[in-house]
Design a protein around this ligand. Structure first.
Ligand code: KG4
Ligand code: ZN
Length: 345
């Protein structure tokens, strides 16, 4: 095994949903390679991710992705320090492809294996660009997750709030579908909202006054009702105003709760992460509000916001530093606890 005085090279694998990705990361921060094979074109025809199709696509490309990621990094297989893989949460069949590949490689090369929590990966995507100062607050917004996570120290995760129904990205995709856009529709709704000159006012789900939880299903239903009413009246051109109303409602609640969480925990930074961190409206609103409040805001570049293996390598490094390795018995864990994945103190 490579001694910890030397550089650490982690080969990371991500197959939790519809991207097959492999990356090599030096010392948890430096991306030597990060290859991503997206399956979006395949799933688009079905209007969403089809689990069986996702697994099959991962099987088709995983070996080539691993080989190319190592080759592009310039690091020899035997010089790798560890093999990391997304263990969960995600689609069980999809996770299993990455986990089996990583386990086989770890066994064949006699290297430690590190199973990684997907959300820890999204959060530590920020570490690929900036130093993280603790305590730190993360606002995780993706296709499957909407969470506020407190990190009191490196690799410790405390869930402050989460969605009680739909995830933000999921709501964006459903609203996009109602407005006639293909999957994944988040970016279309974002663009349309930015172009709108009018707004349809929609409700905000604040929940209990002190709650950090979110709820998006009521808002989604309100959007669907508004769309139906306009259609029934035979109106046209209402889509931008609805997209704007939906986006404003989502953003106002996310920003307000995130800022309140930062204040309540004396967090030194707010980290935005997950696929919806690509949303221009959310980025602009958070940037403006954090500037006004004097809060340091970190947002990873777009390429590290959506699913990728580099972020998995960044999170795996936390475990590597603590010599916390996984057994070769691990399987994909569709509902994996982030708090339980915390690095031991
Ligand atoms: O993190 P991610 O790549 O996958 C999951 O782990 O879920 O997030 C994908 C989600 C999709 O729902 C997609 O519509 C949404 O992120 N998304 C956006 C934008 N770009 C991607 N949602 C709103 N605005 C965007 N610009
Ligand atoms: Zn993700």
């Amino acid at each position: 095994m490579v001694s910890k005085q030397q550089d650490c090279y982690i080969l990371a694998v991500e197959t939790s949903c519809d991207e097959t990705s492999a990356a090599v990361i030096r010392n948890g921060t430096e991306v030597l390679s990060n290859l991503i094979a997206s399956q979006i074109e395949t799933h688009r025809a079905f209007g969403g991710v089809v689990p069986e199709v996702a697994s099959r696509k991962h099987v088709e490309s995983i070996t080539r992705m691993l080989e190319e990621a190592v080759q592009e990094s310039g690091i020899a297989m035997e010089d790798l320090s560890a093999i990391a893989v997304t263990e969960g949460p995600g689609l069980v069949g999809a996770l299993l492809v990455g986990v089996m590949a990583a386990k086989s490689l770890a066994f064949a090369l006699d290297k430690p294996l590190i199973g990684v929590h997907h959300i820890a990966g999204h959060i530590y995507a920020n570490r690929l660009v900036e130093e993280i100062l603790y305590p730190s607050m993360a606002l995780v917004v993706s296709g499957g997750h909407t969470e506020l996570v407190l990190m009191e120290r490196a690799g410790s995760f405390k869930l402050l709030g989460r969605t009680r129904d739909d995830a933000v990205g999921e709501a964006y995709d459903k609203v996009a579908r109602a407005l006639g856009f293909p999957y994944p529709g988040g970016p279309y709704v974002d663009k349309l909202a930015g172009e709108a000159t009018e707004v349809v006012e929609l409700p905000r789900a604040w929940l209990e006054p002190d709650s950090y939880d979110f709820s998006l299903s009521g808002l989604k239903s309100a959007v669907l009702n508004a769309v139906n009413q306009h259609r029934m009246r035979g109106e046209e051109g209402f889509e931008p105003a609805i997209a704007r109303g939906f986006q404003e409602s989502v953003i106002e609640v996310l920003v307000e709760k995130a800022i309140r969480a930062v204040r309540a925990t004396d967090s030194r930074q707010l980290l935005l992460c997950g696929g919806v961190a690509a949303n221009q409206g959310l980025r602009a609103a958070l940037t403006q509000r954090c500037e006004r409040e004097g809060i340091a805001l970190l947002i990873p570049p777009l390429k590290y916001c959506t699913d990728n293996a580099a972020m998995i390598g960044a999170a795996a490094y936390l475990k590597w530093c603590n010599s916390e390795f996984s057994s070769l018995e691990i399987k994909g864990e569709p509902s994996f606890s982030l708090e339980a994945w915390s690095v031991q103190s």
